[in-house]
Write a protein that binds this ligand. Structure first.
Ligand SMILES: Cc1ncc(COP(=O)(O)O)c(C=O)c1O
Length: 390
């Protein structure tokens, strides 16, 4: 039988995000009346800061929302420049800051501006799965390097040297703190890697989306080391604005105009309402620090409680709101384990296979962005579940 000529492209053949499948299964159980504790989704449960909501309401009352410049509205970009001065002591010209439709659009734009089809870009495994999926969909080649305890789950110049032997590396993408591990690079390790990339002419892309959510260690922006770095950031996590789809890029000067040109055609501009609200979120420090204190309390509870019920092999939780737990002593099929845990204990978590095709079957990612009472409940439920599985 002849195959129809109307087929999806080869580049669209990217892996599904299993976390979303877990979410769908959890919703089915909830529809049957079960109470499920959600530890699978990586998003804050708090709403956007009050000042952001007020600004948005005002803008809605005002009437017209339209396209903006592709780079974003000037007040937001100026507020971001002020944020870099205040948070990191770094001067960034407003001209190099660009608002984007979430960091997700930021990745698309940065990859398109910096790379040509076939270029190799190094990522960590475990890592955020969208990186490799976006790269693949754009015709780029993700080079995933397995990282482990010996380098504190971070890439090193030695990893890059090794990767260079198999072909030129055009870019490196690092998140610190990272998803799914929650682990952060030390300031020295980050600086060494950036300097290596600078010397080797490799674009260094720094996903700083979990900045602001650091419990242990010293948070640094890659801009402190090199102005050649590409910074990707977002209002989704610290600022509790996932649904507003608003983020930003800080670009090296030579990438600004190319990125702007691509953005004009791909997205026209990020949503104006979200840009207006985001500017106000930047000033809502007190409110956001209270939300962060809630995560810190959840983190402390779980870091104390999980080892007591048998989950004692956890990666260092320096930041973000994730605990990446080694479950191999119970089972080495995280997908099956996550399904049983959801059905039997009513706790939803994400199997590691989403983040790491090689070792992910031995890990589960728990998000602790939810309510404190839910975290307590989860510990009790997991205790019974794990006891039964021993
Ligand atoms: C490491 C990392 N980067 C980027 C994103 C994308 O976020 P957004 O597009 O909402 O800014 C996520 C979302 O979970 C993430 O975990």
């Amino acid at each position: 039988m002849n195959q129809s000529p109307f087929q999806p492209s080869r580049r669209s053949d990217v892996a599904p995000f299993i976390a979303m499948d877990v979410l769908a299964e959890a919703a089915r159980l909830e529809a049957q009346g079960r109470k499920i504790i959600h530890m699978e989704v990586g998003q804050p449960s708090a709403p956007a800061p009050k000042a952001a909501l007020d600004m948005a309401r005002k803008a809605l009352d005002h009437g017209r929302l339209g396209y903006t410049e592709a780079l974003g509205i000037r007040p937001l970009r100026e507020a971001l420049a002020a944020h870099y001065r205040k948070a990191y002591g770094v001067d960034v010209p407003v001209e190099r800051i660009m608002a984007t439709t979430g960091s997700s659009a930021g990745f698309n734009l940065a990859f398109l501006a910096a790379f040509d089809p076939g270029d190799r870009v190094v990522l960590t495994a475990p890592g955020y799965p969208a990186y490799r999926n976006i790269l693949k969909a754009l015709g780029l080649v993700p080079v995933e390097i397995e990282v482990g305890a010996e380098t504190r789950w971070s890439l090193t110049p030695a990893h890059l040297e090794e990767a260079q032997k198999e072909g030129p590396v055009k870019g490196v993408l690092v998140a610190s703190p990272a998803n799914p591990t929650g682990t952060m690079m030390t300031a020295e390790a980050l600086e060494d890697l950036i300097r290596y990339c600078d010397d080797a002419g490799i674009w260094f892309i720094s996903d700083e989306i979990y900045h602001g959510l650091v419990y242990d260690g010293d948070e640094r922006t890659a801009l402190e080391t090199s102005q050649n770095t590409i910074i990707v950031n977002s209002f989704s996590k610290y600022y509790c604005m996932t649904g507003w789809r608003i983020g930003w890029l800080v670009l090296p000067e030579q990438l600004v105009r190319p990125t702007e040109r691509i953005a004009q055609s791909l997205y026209i501009s990020p949503p104006e309402l979200s840009q207006i609200a985001a500017g106000a979120a930047l000033t809502s420090v007190q409110e956001l620090e209270a939300v962060k204190a809630g995560y810190a309390a959840n983190r402390a509870l779980l870091l104390d409680g999980l080892p007591k019920i048998g989950l004692d092999r956890l990666l260092p939780v320096d930041g973000a709101f994730y605990i990446y737990a080694d479950i191999s002593r119970f089972r080495s099929d995280s997908l099956e384990f996550a399904k049983r845990m959801l059905h039997e204990a009513g706790v939803a978590a994400t199997p590691g296979v989403d983040f790491d095709p090689v070792h992910g079957h031995e890990f589960l990612r728990f998000s602790f962005a939810g309510a404190h009472e839910d975290m307590k409940d989860a510990l009790e439920r997991l205790s019974g579940f794990l006891d039964a599985g021993r």
